[in-house]
Design a protein around this ligand. Structure first.
Ligand SMILES: Cc1cc2nc3c(=O)[nH]c(=O)nc-3n(C[C@H](O)[C@H](O)[C@H](O)COP(=O)(O)OP(=O)(O)OC[C@H]3O[C@@H](n4cnc5c(N)ncnc54)[C@H](O)[C@@H]3O)c2cc1C
Length: 395
């Protein structure tokens, strides 16, 4: 009979939770350690949902994707005067980050989801991996899965030469209730992911469920992602310094963006965006910011520990595949552990070679899209990798 491993997971966001659920389903004894003391909320507001992101909810919990995601049927590019440059029929699903988190967290339960516990370090010992916590305690497990995000402690300790590389631009984010938009703007945007290409950048806008999960057209939130070049030395420090004067690391969360910066974004929107898109941006109460980074790693398995999701590769958002990649890392890990009958080092070895290839491809594709938009001015409706996807456009 197979003895399934005891597993510790560092990081209880979408990647960590998906891994926790799948490994527990396999028969493993799983604890999640999440550094945050409060329930996690909306680090990215809206996300485009690829099949891998929703796979656990659909396959294991029997929840049809249309029951928790909003959807649109077109990709529409606007000119600055508000006329349509091109509209392409294509169906996408969208969710609020919170919606997916809430559903996965509820499925895992609170008992073994340990909040306010930070994993500080780990070391491999014969036959186990010792997990050390910030409060000075430690425990031995068979497998440590580090899903601890873009500033991963595990990556920094295991691969000190790998540093997140700033891509040269940030994303302005925010939402506004559809019900607050004018009738004309709602009519133009409600069934599309709406794009506008501007000089050295582009914006996309799509509807996501509201805070209660309401996905009915007219009841949703319009969500923006607007890529804006910001020089690392001369501009980025000001943008990352929040309204309390604190210098944030990679993002400025809702409620904290400097108010002058917020007004500048709205003024810029009024001067360059199509009237319908400008109306959305200028109606947002609380714009926030995420800086964009590339991270490529040469290794994801370290004895009985591994890094997954953004702790491994972090790709620019242009394939909308960040949460799908984290989920796919988790699915592949469960598959390989099952195939290896619970032999952790053997499973991690095969898992790593599969996931390294996926990560490298995604980073290369999203870099090319980012450079086309922010540097070369070649991004637009005919861009060959316009359609979102994890392995390739549309896949
Ligand atoms: C502008 C922008 C737009 C995006 N749009 C999309 C999109 O449309 N679709 C999509 O799929 N993805 C999108 N993404 C990417 C997506 O947000 C990430 O890829 C995804 O959140 C990664 O999930 P994760 O679980 O790996 O890490 P994270 O969500 O970063 O979670 C890491 C968790 O680990 C915890 N943690 C950190 N250190 C420790 C520690 N030492 N001990 C314990 N806990 C710890 C943190 O508190 C956090 O909860 C976007 C990203 C950006 C920047």
């Amino acid at each position: 009979m197979t003895t399934w491993p005891q597993v510790a997971i560092a990081g209880g966001s979408l990647g960590g939770l998906t891994a926790a659920l799948l490994l527990r389903d396999l028969g493993c004894d799983v604890d999640v350690y999440e550094r945050s003391e409060a329930v996690l909320t909306a680090p990215g507001a809206g996300i485009a949902v690829l099949a891998q992101t929703s796979r656990y909810l659909e396959e294991r919990l029997g929840m049809p994707v249309d029951s928790f995601c909003s959807s649109t049927n077109n990709i529409t590019f606007f000119h600055a005067d508000g006329s349509i440059e091109k509209s392409i029929p294509h169906r996408y699903h969208f969710a609020a980050w919170n919606t997916i988190y809430r559903l996965l967290h509820r499925a895992f339960g609170d008992d073994r989801y340990r909040m306010g516990v930070e994993v500080a370090s780990f070391e491999n010992t014969p036959g186990a991996v010792t997990v050390n916590f910030s409060d000075g305690s430690s425990r031995d497990v068979d497998l440590l899965v580090c899903a601890d995000g873009i500033r991963s402690m595990a990556r920094a300790a295991s691969l000190p030469g790998v540093k997140p590389e700033y891509a040269g631009y940030v994303a302005w984010r925010g939402t506004v209730p559809e019900s607050q938009l004018s009738g004309a703007t709602y009519a133009a945007l409600h069934d599309s992911i709406s794009y506008q290409v501007i000089d050295h950048g582009h914006i996309l806008i799509y509807p996501i469920p509201d805070e209660t999960g309401d996905i009915r057209p007219g009841h949703r939130l319009m969500n923006i992602v607007w890529y804006y070049n910001a020089d690392e030395q001369t501009q980025l420090p000001r943008l990352l310094t929040d309204r309390t004067g604190f210098r944030q690391g990679v993002s400025v969360p809702p409620g904290f963006l400097d108010l002058d910066v917020q007004q500048e974004v709205k003024d810029f929107a009024s001067s360059v965006l199509a009237p319908q898109l400008a109306e959305v941006v200028t109606s947002i109460d609380d714009i926030f910011l995420q800086a964009v980074f590339d991270i490529e790693v040469p290794q994801m398995a370290f004895g009985r520990a591994c890094i997954m999701g953004d702790a491994g590769f972090a790709a620019r958002p242009h394939a909308a595949a960040g949460t799908a990649k984290a989920a796919q890392d988790a699915w592949a890990l469960a598959e390989e552990l099952e195939r290896a009958n619970g032999d952790v080092p053997a499973a991690l070895n095969v898992w790593q070679s599969r996931q390294l290839e996926m990560g490298r491809n995604l980073v290369a594709r999203t870099k090319a899209t980012g450079e086309a938009s922010q540097v070369h001015g070649t991004f637009g409706p005919d861009w060959p990798t316009l359609i979102f996807g994890l392995y390739a456009p549309g896949h």
